[in-house]
Design a protein around this ligand. Structure first.
Ligand code: ADP
Ligand code: MG
Length: 242
C-alpha cells in the first residue's frame, strides 16, 4: 500500500478549478519531486495531503487513513506528517529549543525532558546544536530552515512534505538545506518535495511530477523526466530553469 495515495483529486476555489483529476502515489521510502510553473497548483496539492486545504472530489489517503473522511482525526493525522514551508514559519518569539519542543509536548504529550532530548538530537543532526538558545531572528535563513526541518522531524513523522524549502534563501544557503534533505532521503524518509532544485531531483528523487494549470502532466522516473520522453510543456519549463 502506498504511503500517500492521491486519486482523481479535484479542487475549486469558488468557481476557479485549481486541481483537475490529480492522481499519483508515493510509496514508503520514496522521494517524489513536484515541479511546474508558478500557479500550477503545486502548493495546493501538497496542502491537500495534510488537509491544510479541503478538496471537493477524489480521495487522498496517508498510511491508509482517508484525509477527506469527516470521521478522520485530522489533528492526529497532521501530527504524523511533517511540513516545511518556503518561509520557515518558526515561532519568532520562542527560542529554537522551544520551537522544537512545543509540538512534541502539546500534541504528542511528551514531557519537557523527553521533548528536549529528542529535539536536541535532531538539532544536532542538522548541525545547529550550539544554537538551541537563540531566537529565530538571530539565525540566517538557511539555519532557520534547518531548524524547521529538525522541528518537523522531532515529531517522528511518517512522511515529510516540502513546499519550495529553498526558494526564499540566498544562493549560498541553499545547499546547506538541500544537504539535510538529501541525507533524509537516503535514510529512507517518504518525501513529497515541491522544488525547482533539479540537482536535488537528479540526486535522490525516485519520480518527478510536472504540473501545469492544475493538472499532473508528467509523472515518471527521473531517468525519463530528464531524458527525452518529456512533454513539450515540461521541456519548455525546464529550459527556463536549468
Ligand atoms: P503553485 O504552488 O504551483 O505556485 P498554488 O497551488 O499556490 O500554485 O496556486 C494555484 C492557483 O490557485 C493559482 O492560480 C493561485 O492564484 C490560486 N490560489 C491559490 N490559493 C488560493 C486561494 N486561497 N483562493 C483562491 N485562489 C487561490
Ligand atoms: Mg507554491
Amino acid at each position: 500500500m502506498a504511503m500517500i495515495d492521491i486519486k482523481d483529486v479535484n479542487k475549486w476555489y469558488g468557481t476557479f478549478q485549481v486541481l483537475t483529476d490529480c492522481s499519483t502515489s508515493v510509496e514508503k521510502g520514496q522521494v517524489i519531486v513536484v515541479c511546474g510553473p508558478s500557479g500550477s497548483g503545486k502548493s495546493t496539492l501538497i496542502k491537500c495531503v495534510n488537509a491544510l486545504e479541503p478538496f471537493q472530489k477524489g480521495t487522498i489517503t496517508v498510511d491508509g487513513v482517508s484525509v477527506g473522511d469527516p470521521k478522520t482525526d485530522l489533528p492526529k493525522l497532521r501530527s504524523r506528517i511533517g511540513m516545511v514551508f518556503q518561509n520557515f514559519e518558526l515561532f519568532p518569539h520562542m527560542s529554537v529549543q522551544a520551537n522544537l519542543t512545543i509540538g512534541q509536548m502539546k500534541v504528542l504529550g511528551r514531557t519537557r525532558d523527553q521533548a528536549d532530548e529528542h529535539g536536541l538530537k535532531y538539532l544536532d543532526r542538522v548541525g545547529l546544536k550550539a544554537h538551541a538558545h537563540k531566537f529565530p531572528g538571530q539565525l540566517s535563513g538557511g539555519q532557520q530552515q534547518r531548524v524547521a526541518i529538525a522541528r518537523a522531524l522531532s515529531m517522528d513523522p511518517i512522511a515529510m512534505l516540502f513546499d519550495e524549502p529553498t526558494s526564499a534563501l540566498d544562493p549560498e544557503m541553499i545547499n546547506e538545506v538541500l544537504d539535510v534533505m538529501v541525507e533524509l532521503a537516503r535514510e529512507g524518509m517518504t518525501m513529497m518535495c515541491v522544488t525547482h532544485e533539479m540537482g536535488f531531483a537528479k540526486t535522490v528523487a525516485h519520480r518527478v511530477i510536472f504540473m501545469d494549470k492544475g493538472q499532473i502532466v508528467e509523472d515518471c522516473s527521473k531517468a525519463d523526466f530528464f531524458g527525452t520522453t518529456r512533454s513539450e510543456r515540461a521541456q519548455s519549463f525546464l529550459s527556463k530553469i536549468l
